[in-house]
Design a protein around this ligand. Structure first.
Ligand code: SIN
Length: 303
């Protein structure tokens, strides 16, 4: 059932109907149809340096057919979206992080990927993933202490802040995979089971173009639910959904571009690192990348 849905949404000819894809921009109807439930948090706390809106404003939903699957509809400010995009492209592609293109002759020790990519579109387009913190070993599918670096401080702070607000108070961000998708990229069905601690939730953030995301059950026999993941959306896979099969069969072009600056972020003047992002000429190469790409940041607790 899972593979059949994957093939259906991946198809270019004929194009799939998107009628059944859960769209949180139509949450009113989904609530009426009992497909989702609204979750509320009562929080007055506000950590504004992380690029997030105040938690009291977040729209949080639980997907009814998938207990433990939580959806937070874009809690980022427009500058926050820019900030995390820049981190993923410019900083998280630096050593000691690992990348799929580490073996390439253009990426020699300590070279600056983003700098090189400004003059080399091929290398920019061949970026598929980076790993941070505990490096996921794609061959053994294991993590080990010998392949561990410091997890980026700001990402740890942001994810653990979100985790706390949602009640996952013990969550420790220890490993991340950043996935970079082009318009024709897909990610086939898999479960994330390499972590020692499978009780801890998994946090998945999206920036840029829209994904169709499939979430199924513990076996490939179960029919998955499809949902749109737009820029800024966060999916949390916890409890029964932690070990569910999931996939991205399609990336679709979006007209919704929440990384365009609006007035939702006057407070961000406090953070110099974010301030430069408001300058359109500094932002330009990152914005151009997002026009035809999607970035997914997938954060896990390992031990
Ligand atoms: C993953 O499962 O590793 C990525 C999911 C996504 O891109 O949304």
């Amino acid at each position: 059932m899972f593979k059949r849905s994957f093939k259906y949404y991946k198809s270019k000819k004929p194009l799939p109907s998107l009628e059944d894809v859960l769209d949180m921009n139509k949450s009113g109807q989904l609530l009426k149809d009992s497909k989702i439930e609204r979750c509320f948090i009562d929080s007055k706390e506000y950590c504004h340096l992380l690029g997030l809106k105040p938690p009291g404003e977040w729209e949080i939903f639980q997907i009814v057919n998938h207990p433990g699957l939580i959806f937070v509809k874009n809690p980022f400010t427009s500058v926050g979206q820019r900030y995390w995009t820049v981190k993923c492209l410019k900083d998280y592609t630096k050593k000691p992080n690992k990348m799929n293109i580490d073996g390439s002759d253009k990426i020699i020790a300590n070279s600056d990927f983003w700098e090189i990519a400004q003059h080399d579109r091929n290398i920019l387009m061949s970026l598929r993933w980076t790993t941070l913190g505990y490096h996921h070993n794609w061959n053994t599918k294991h993590y080990n202490e010998a392949e561990r670096e410091q997890f980026p401080e700001e990402l740890k702070k942001m994810i653990e802040y979100i985790a706390n607000q949602l009640g996952y108070t013990d969550f420790v961000a220890e490993a991340a995979i950043v996935n970079y998708y082009q318009m024709n990229s897909t990610l086939s069905g898999h479960t994330d089971h390499s972590e020692n601690n499978l009780n801890a939730p998994l946090f998945s953030l999206s920036f840029g173009q829209t994904a169709i995301f499939l979430i199924g059950g513990k076996t490939l026999e179960e029919k998955p639910t499809s949902l749109f993941l737009r820029s800024g959306d966060i999916v949390i896979m916890s409890k029964e959904s932690r070990l569910a099969y999931h996939a991205v069969p399609k990336i679709i072009h979006t007209e919704i571009t929440p990384w365009k600056i609006n007035n939702d972020c006057t407070w961000e003047n406090d953070n110099n690192e974010m301030q430069f992002l408001v300058d359109e000429s500094d932002w330009k190469p990152f914005g151009e990348y997002l026009e035809h790409s999607r970035i997914n940041v997938n954060v896990r607790q390992v031990v």
